[in-house]
Write a protein that binds this ligand. Structure first.
Ligand code: URA
Length: 433
């Protein structure tokens, strides 16, 4: 087989076979196929697309390019959740103990990553003492015992995806639905999930800005998952403004705990209940989505969700007393209110700008080497559709530096205030099975 023939085949709009896709991925991972040929193929895929079978084969070839996590020692159906990411997305912190409290085993592998705030692991490390450095046997034991454990990513998962993603980044081929879908699904499948719930974000602060593209990506990932024998479903949720009210590591942990207490912002609660119901249903802990939702509401109401969080924190060496006393979480030295200069209705909050402002405060990493400040961040006191009067606080900034004038300018620039009524945005646009 010759790579040049496969590039030509895809360039002309033909379907690659399983053997051909394996040849490409194995050859590219080992270094036998050079970057320039892989770039040409990625561009051909960008223009000519891939069938569902090709996407599934590409996913599986990338899964098999590296280690695969074996979760078979954990009892029950392991359901993983993946979000395509957005500003203020602390869903995992709330959702994991929530579904674990109704008996869904959550064996979560998480990363740090770059962005406006840290990844799930950084956020959890805002809890004093919390450690994700646990070995496989302890991880398995904790999930069997408490239904929940989170471990830092280790091993050589999907090296083909890592190499291909870096190449796509510099060859204008990131934005290709078949390549994105197989990239995301390869990581989920290599992590050992039996079933997968996807939260595909849409809107100005999302990776996919347009609803039609988000839907297309979600449908593609669901089709790949099903093709590979994993029960998979997706929801499309809003990212036209940040999720919830907080952006920043410790602040997000606090908000996630409020959600588990039945408090906190409505959008975060609704998203957790929607995703959680799907997870409980796929784990076969309820016979319908409606029953799953009732079970989740029960564990919020009777305190079991919060108890599950405490047990989880304690089992990973963290201080569980932060659940009852969040003032023990890291706090910033300076609290600055940003006031509205006009009255009206909040019409827009550009999520990306709020994310940039949080990163400038130190809440996220600009590069792999950056250190993050777990205490800093932004609290949105007004969201789209809220009424605001001159002098009301739009945003509270939690900072560890005195000069935050640049951050204030960005935050103010993210808000638009209108003088007519503005509807609250839709939160869940679609559910795809
Ligand atoms: N996220 C991924 O993991 N892969 C992509 O290709 C795009 C976003």
């Amino acid at each position: 087989m010759r790579m040049v023939d496969l590039i030509e085949k895809k360039r002309d709009g033909n379907e690659l076979t399983k053997e051909e896709i394996r040849f490409v991925i194995e050859g590219y991972t080992s270094g036998d196929i050079p970057d320039y040929q892989m770039s040409a193929l990625a561009m051909a895929i960008f223009f000519q697309d891939m069938t569902t079978e090709e996407r599934a084969e590409l996913t599986m070839a990338m899964v098999e390019s590296g280690d695969q996590i074996d979760l078979s020692a954990i009892e029950g159906i392991k359901v993983d959740k993946h979000s395509t990411g957005g500003v203020g997305d602390k869903t995992t912190i709330a959702l994991a103990p929530l579904v674990a409290a109704v008996g869904v085993p959550v064996a979560k592998m998480s990363g740090r990553g770059l962005g406006h705030t840290g990844g799930t692991i950084d956020k959890l490390e805002a809890i004093p003492g919390f450690s994700v450095e646990i070995d496989t046997s302890k991880f398995t034991k904790l999930v069997n015992q408490n239904k929940l454990a989170v471990v830092g990513q280790s091993g050589n998962l999907t090296p083909a995806d890592k190499k291909l993603y870096s190449l796509r980044d510099v060859t204008a081929t990131v934005n290709s639905i078949p390549l994105i879908a197989s990239s995301i699904m390869s990581k989920k499948i290599a992590s050992g999930a039996d079933a997968i719930v996807l939260d595909v974000k849409t809107g100005s602060g999302a990776f996919m800005k347009k609803l039609e593209h988000s839907k297309e990506l979600a449908e593609s990932m669901v089709a790949i998952g099903k093709n590979l024998g994993r029960d998979t479903m997706a929801i499309i949720s809003d990212m036209n403004q940040p999720l919830g009210r907080t952006i920043g590591n410790a602040l997000e942990v606090k908000e996630a705990m409020e959600m588990l207490r039945g408090e906190g912002p409505d959008d975060l609660k609704e998203l957790c209940l929607t995703l959680g119901s799907q997870m409980v249903y796929l784990a076969k802990k309820a016979s319908s989505i409606e029953e799953a939702r009732i079970k989740l509401e029960e564990v919020i109401g009777n305190g079991r969700a919060l108890e599950t969080l405490k047990t989880f924190i304690e089992a990973q060496n963290g201080d569980p007393s932060i659940v009852d006393d969040p003032t023990k979480l890291p706090t910033a030295q300076h609290i600055i209110e940003v006031e509205a200069k006009e009255s009206g209705m909040i019409a827009e909050i550009i999520a990306d700008k709020i994310g940039t402002a949080a990163m400038l405060l130190g809440a996220g990493r600009a590069t792999k080497e950056s250190t993050i400040d777990l205490a800093v961040g932004i609290v949105l006191n007004k969201k789209i559709g809220d009424h605001v009067e001159i002098g009301d606080s739009l945003v509270t900034i939690h900072a560890n530096s005195e000069d935050v004038s640049e951050v204030i300018d960005i935050v103010v620039g993210a808000y638009s205030i209108a003088n007519q009524k503005v509807a609250k945005p839709t939160l869940i646009y679609d559910v795809i099975h």
